[in-house]
Design a protein around this ligand. Structure first.
Ligand code: ADP
Length: 498
């Protein structure tokens, strides 16, 4: 890792400067708890910073700041609020390199294939929502000729946004940008594995927005998350993370009858029918498996159903492509695949790989090569694995592994493929690969998933509603509908004109 690169050197300096700080009320703040925890690079295993550990007192102070700022923020015209977000997008674009380097340092995601892309989409999300202020419209309702009946959309108040570590910047933006344009103030609770890049982004935002509009606390779930989700002044919780935590949040919200948006796990199927264009499909599988993010994605194509007539060629060609990918230093521009986020996740992914290796009839293809550089020898790198011979009922095909692991499962009958794809607790995303329109339409209609693509596998984009069904969650993100449905409450007003 080279600190002679100015963006990396700046990121290292930000890590020091922002260590042991929350940000609320427009200022960096020391933790009232007096506690902190180390931030460790998963590539070098060296401590690169230290994050403030929030507790109930920190939550109280941040909520007070957010509550104080909300009425004046809500009183601004929506377009004026939006303009501030568009300005924020420009600032974020100006800082893309530093943001990307910081993200790579703390998460181990590769800078070229992941972090820079995420930093750009982050800015794009602010620009997108910044332009939607004038869409916070109500309706006139033709109720009676002597009554003027209309609806208006009002902000909810203070929104808690709880985010995970896998795509922390984009997922934070998809929550806080629509919440703020709609007139809410926000408190982010960052993920303990990736607290610093989000803090840096919130610092950039807070220099442009009125104090208290955007606030962020770091800390673990029980100590910092619990007091936040149960605080009586929080009017809405928006969350991305595990199914287990999603249910805890839904229970906490039910106790106070407040709304939630929950983006949870996935076991997303990719269906390759017999008339698929093989080359295009293999390229789609490479991006779909999200191996450049070490498979740490809820939408990762982790079950690939391939027509048996294509199976051998597909596996061979996919293996060749993955073999050519470079695993290495996340800050190196040549690297395609970085590290797993933490020891805990590393052990978890390894245990699934061991399970596959011990299962009868299952073959494991371990692809690419681990990095050899001495400074990376303790890094949390895992060679991508493609399993064949797995049954759709096996744990490998049912549980979310969140690592660079995919199961390729053959089929003869198209109906079987759709049935197996739907036979899952999850329903987040799916892709369909075919050159036949009828096959494509039949599959897209019948797949139980919130985000279905045909002959492509792009990631979440601002403007496209994203969210799952079944255990994958409740509600949508990334679109206009997401802002209107999830960050406003609708009031009906009836004026008697007699
Ligand atoms: P993962 O297993 O991917 O880390 P989690 O669901 O545990 O997913 O974490 C996602 C986010 O939820 C993190 O910011 C984490 O700190 C937070 N979190 C975990 N437990 C709780 C909780 N009980 N209350 C509120 N937030 C929590």
């Amino acid at each position: 890792m080279t600190e002679s690169n100015p963006a990396i050197a700046a990121a290292v300096a930000h890590l020091r400067r922002l260590s042991n700080k929350h940000l609320y009320g427009g200022k960096l703040q020391d933790p009232i708890s007096g506690m902190a925890f180390p931030v460790v690079s998963p590539a070098t295993r060296k401590e690169v910073g230290s994050a403030a550990q929030g507790d109930a007192k920190d939550v109280e102070a941040a909520v007070r700041a957010a509550r104080a700022a909300q009425p004046a923020w809500a009183a601004m015209s929506p377009r004026a609020r939006g303009r501030q977000l568009v300005e924020a997008a420009k600032q974020l674009n100006d800082h893309t390199e530093e943001i990307a380097a910081l993200l790579a340092l703390e998460t181990g995601k590769a800078i070229r294939t992941e972090c820079r892309v995420e930093a750009k989409v982050l800015a794009d999300a602010f620009e997108f929502y910044g332009g939607l202020g004038s869409e916070l419209k109500g309706e006139t309702v033709p109720f009676a000729s002597n009554m003027l009946t209309f609806t208006q959309r009002e902000p909810i108040g203070v929104v808690a946004a709880i985010i995970p570590w896998n795509v922390p910047l984009l997922l934070m933006a998809l929550k806080i940008a629509p919440a703020m344009v709609a007139g809410n103030t926000v408190i982010v609770k960052s993920a303990e594995e990736a607290p610093m890049s989000t803090l840096y982004v919130v610092e950039i935002l807070s220099k442009l927005l009125p104090p208290g509009v955007v606030n962020i606390l770091s800390g673990d779930g029980p100590t910092c998350g619990t007091p936040l989700i149960s605080h009586p002044s929080i009017g809405k919780i928006t969350f991305t993370g595990s199914v287990a935590t999603g249910k805890i949040i839904a229970h906490a919200a039910a106790d106070r009858l407040i709304p939630t948006t929950l983006e949870l796990g996935g076991k997303s199927p990719m269906l390759v029918f017999k008339d698929a264009d093989l080359e295009r499909t293999v390229a789609g599988a490479v991006s779909g498996m999200r191996f450049t993010r070490q498979g740490q994605s809820c939408t990762a194509a982790s079950r690939i159903f391939v027509h048996n007539s294509l199976l051998d060629k597909f596996v061979q060609s996919l293996s060749d492509k993955v073999n050519a990918m470079v695993i290495g230093d996340p800050l190196d521009e040549k690297t395609d695949i970085g590290t797993i986020i933490s020891d805990q996740q590393y052990d978890r992914v390894k245990s699934y790989i061991a399970l596959g290796e011990q299962s009868k009839g299952v073959q494991a293809l371990h692809l690419s090569r681990l990095p050899q550089a001495p400074e990376l020898k303790n890094g949390l790198f895992i060679q991508p694995v493609i399993f064949t011979g797995v049954g759709n009922d096996d744990r490998l095909a049912r549980e979310e592994i969140f690592g660079p692991v995919t199961c390729v499962i053959g089929f003869d009958d198209d109906e079987d493929a759709i049935r197996m794809a739907n036979d899952s607790d999850f329903g987040l995303a799916a892709t369909v690969w075919t050159s036949d329109l009828k096959t494509a339409l039949n599959a897209t209609k019948r797949l139980q998933a919130g985000f279905v693509q045909v002959n492509q596998n792009i990631v979440v984009q601002p403007g496209l509603s994203y969210g799952g069904v079944k255990q994958s969650g409740l509600g949508k993100e990334a679109s206009l509908e997401a802002m209107l449905d999830h960050f406003t409450s609708k009031k009906t007003i009836i004026m008697n004109m007699d």
